[in-house]
Design a protein around this ligand. Structure first.
Ligand code: SAH
Ligand code: SF4
Ligand code: F3S
Length: 442
């Protein structure tokens, strides 16, 4: 029996897919090379923006035809989309061929749900609310060099535009012991780079029982001290909760990488307040100043939403100014997408599609110019690259990332995959650079 996954959305879904694959392998399944040879197809979905949902609907349309050709095929949908209120039921009505519908919170029940689906010939729908953290779930890792390590689930922030707290539930932290044990296990398997994962890692530990005084800074420190961890990253940090203690530990730890993803969302205080972000433009800039003072050459990346309801020309200009002032290494920019059930979906006035696209284009032009300028500072320098695998666009090249998370292509040579090499940067582009290997494994 073979399974095939379509994974949409963020690293949470990537991490969930690893668990689903773990269950399936335990049940005797193996991964199919393509959807046509699969006995089971699972869509692991995202609903953070309308575009993410449209891609899922497109795929569901295509799969209807495949299911007609091969009625024994089991098609299931899970992830964030069906976890939204009433959506699972709507999916069942609109796509009656779906055999299995479940959400993010009953992932650990997947083996039972799949057994029921097989026994009943489909038509299983089960959505539950967030429960306690479950440990010891099986997992098939997608990569052997780098790994995600979930430290917490859910989000309590309720940014006014965001669906995530509704589909991922309240914040639940894993125990430091479970996290450290997993870090040791990963190192034992040969993993060289770990990324601690959560929607807002800075609030890690707040929900843990009293008597476990571990905050995120302590946790980062502890994971960084696990013997064999060579690179340590974390995402996502909320700028409101980035403490001085965390800056100090990030600066002091030799393994914490010099890259911080700090979503700012907007450069206008008015908009930030309507977004319920809990910080101002000034406090954000101050945080970046402190980080750069403590961690020289740190790369700072961000997420920005343009066209938030009521965003004026001046608000938008303030965002462009902020992008120039901070000089982000890269910006992930999105046009505001109203999500049903979130407060901002009902804010007025909503901006038109054309206006939002125009602002998105202007923002990206500015951001890309700055990315290129930041990257140009690396021309001719020597950087450490963790070589991850073949380049997706050129089979004669390998790709890896610097500690600052920049993509570097190098000439392919046997034995380099999985190695930390020293490379000299020879050519710069906006989204990647070329390097020449000058030193091998240390
Ligand atoms: N927990 C993370 C990431 C959440 S989703 C954080 O707090 O930053 C990733 C990004 O999607 C967000 O940072 C935001 O920029 C964007 N996003 C979320 N909801 C959106 C919406 N309704 N419309 C457009 N972009 C959105
Ligand atoms: Fe969404 Fe805000 Fe939570 Fe991030 S912090 S997941 S943007 S609600
Ligand atoms: Fe999307 Fe869910 Fe992540 S909505 S962004 S996959 S948490």
């Amino acid at each position: 029996m073979k399974y095939y996954f379509y994974i949409f959305g963020c690293q949470m879904n990537e991490a969930d897919a690893e668990v689903l694959a773990g269950f399936l392998v335990n049940m005797g399944y193996s991964e199919a090379e393509s959807e046509t040879e699969a006995d089971l197809i699972l869509l692991i979905t995202c609903c953070v923006r309308e575009h993410a949902e449209s891609r899922v609907y497109g795929k569901l349309g295509e799969l209807a035809k495949l299911k007609q050709l091969k009625p024994s095929l089991i098609v299931g949908i899970s992830g964030c989309m069906p976890q939204q209120e009433d959506v699972a039921e709507k999916l069942r009505q609109r796509f009656p061929y779906l055999d299995l519908i479940f959400g993010t919170h009953n992932l650990p029940d997947f083996p039972r749900l799949l057994a029921e689906t097989e026994a009943h010939g489909g038509k299983v729908l089960e959505i539950v609310d967030a429960g306690e953290v479950r440990e010891n779930l099986p997992r098939v890792r997608q990569q052997s060099i780098k790994a995600w390590l979930s430290i917490m689930y859910g989000c309590n922030n309720y940014c006014s535009y965001c669906i995530v707290p509704y589909v991922r539930g309240r914040e639940r932290s894993r125990s430091p012991e479970a996290i450290l044990a997993e870090a040791r296990e990963l190192v034992g398997q040969g993993v060289r780079e770990i990324t601690l994962l959560g929607q807002n890692v800075n609030s890690y530990g707040r929900d843990l029982a009293l008597g476990t005084p571990t905050d995120f800074a302590d946790l980062l420190d502890a994971v960084g001290k696990v013997p064999g961890v060579e690179r340590l990253r974390f995402m996502t940090s909320h700028p409101r909760d980035f403490s001085d203690k965390l800056i100090e530990i990030a600066a002091r730890s030799p393994v914490v990488c010099e890259h911080f993803h700090l979503p700012v969302q907007s450069g206008s205080n008015e908009v930030l307040s309507k977004m319920n972000r809990g910080y101002t433009r000034e406090s954000y800039v101050e945080l970046v100043r402190k980080l750069r003072a403590a961690v020289p050459h740190a790369a700072i990346t961000t997420d920005i939403i343009v066209g938030f309801p009521g965003e004026t020309e001046d608000d938008f200009r303030a965002t462009l100014d902020l992008v120039r002032e901070v000089a982000f290494d890269s910006v992930f920019a999105f046009a505001f997408s109203p999500r049903s059930g979130t407060p901002a979906a009902d804010f007025a006035p909503q901006l038109g599609k054309t206006e939002k696209s125009l602002r998105l284009k202007l923002l990206l032009e500015t951001a890309n110019e700055i990315s290129l300028a930041r990257n140009l500072q690396l021309a001719g320098t020597r950087v450490e690259v963790l070589v991850e695998g073949p380049s997706k666009t050129n089979s004669e090249r390998l790709t890896g990332r610097t500690r600052t998370n920049k993509l570097v292509h190098i000439d392919a040579a046997p034995g380099l995959i999985g190695q930390l090499v020293e490379a000299k940067i020879t050519r710069i582009q906006t989204f990647s650079m070329l390097g020449e290997v000058i030193g091998g494994e240390r």
